[in-house]
Design a protein around this ligand. Sequence first.
Ligand code: PLP
Length: 382
Amino acid sequence: MFPRRGASEEEVLVELEEKTAPDLTFDSGRILGSMCTYPHPFALEVVRRYIDRNLGDPGLHVGSQKVEEEAIGMLSNLLGLERGYGHIVSGGTEANILAVRAFRNMAGVEKPELILPESAHFSFLKASEMLGVKLVWAELNPDYSVNVRNVEDRITDNTIGIVGIAGTTGLGVVDDIPALSDLALDYGLPLHVDAAFGGFVIPFAKALGYEIPDFDFRLKGVKSVTIDPHKMGMVPIPAGGIIFREKKFLEAISVPAPYLAGGKVWQATITGTRPGASALAVWAMIKHLGFEGYTEVVRNAMELSRWFASELKRIPGVYLIREPVLNIVSFGTENLEEVEEELKRRGWGISAHRGYIRIVMMPHVKREHLEAFLRDLREVIR
Ligand code: PLP
């Protein structure tokens, strides 16, 4: 019921504390199956300071718009592009939808089809439904990367583009993006790389010597990349990123926004009013941590995932789905659903899907949390 009379801030906060008490929190270390994390305190400070900025009306917030451009510029550089075009958006879902929208609008075919791996994120289901684009699924290899020959077999005159994934949601697998890029160039098709998760991991992991395929704009067939700062970038939700190689992709999805207080502009994002604070926080975190700072974050996450995978292998009845590529470790057991239920009952934020439980070594996940989890897992399986 909408209250007639207001309550004091204190009373309202007490009630909120009660209502949110059942929530798991990232700083508790109990959430092991999420790609989100507790944001970096500096990013929180930036969001608090600039919470009123609206990038939906950039004429009013000209400075913030410039900062967003610079953030896109820095992300483009990270992904091997001197100058890119894009936006900080609400998340990987919006970024993927924008990429599909650009490919569809530019292809201009009557019955558009998009080829994507069976491991693709469900955001493409939304894109498909909203944009009237048929999804054509490509099979996976035994190592769970997409089968490139199968992708080629699926190309028709209606194909508007191809999707490759750099860090699959379930297993953190990186597709053979170099081969997909060559294929896309051969057929004159654009390739979108969904690096929503991997974008803030792979460049740093490669610098640390991990062998991971190239995945970004260094490959000429790659025309757009999703990269989410609100995952491993440690920026508060909402902060996704979409970057296009050329301006024409952004123009293909821009509509005029005539009535804004700051003057007429063109808008490509799905959201109209959108948080400038998010873009500013992305900019600030990149400036603050730099390549070296993010490399340290990724070093810890990668080392932890290798250690955790080796510990899992020592538990009878537990098997790895595959060796980890990034900082995601997924495992199976007998009676998986019962194991999942019991672990959840013991307060662990995990879930089983497609026959396995996924553990994501986000920055809030520490070795002591994983040790406690392993103790519980051993007990539950016994
Ligand atoms: N793409 C991939 C590979 C993802 O793993 C996810 C989320 O987990 C998304 C896209 C969607 O991102 P969001 O939940 O920020 O919309």
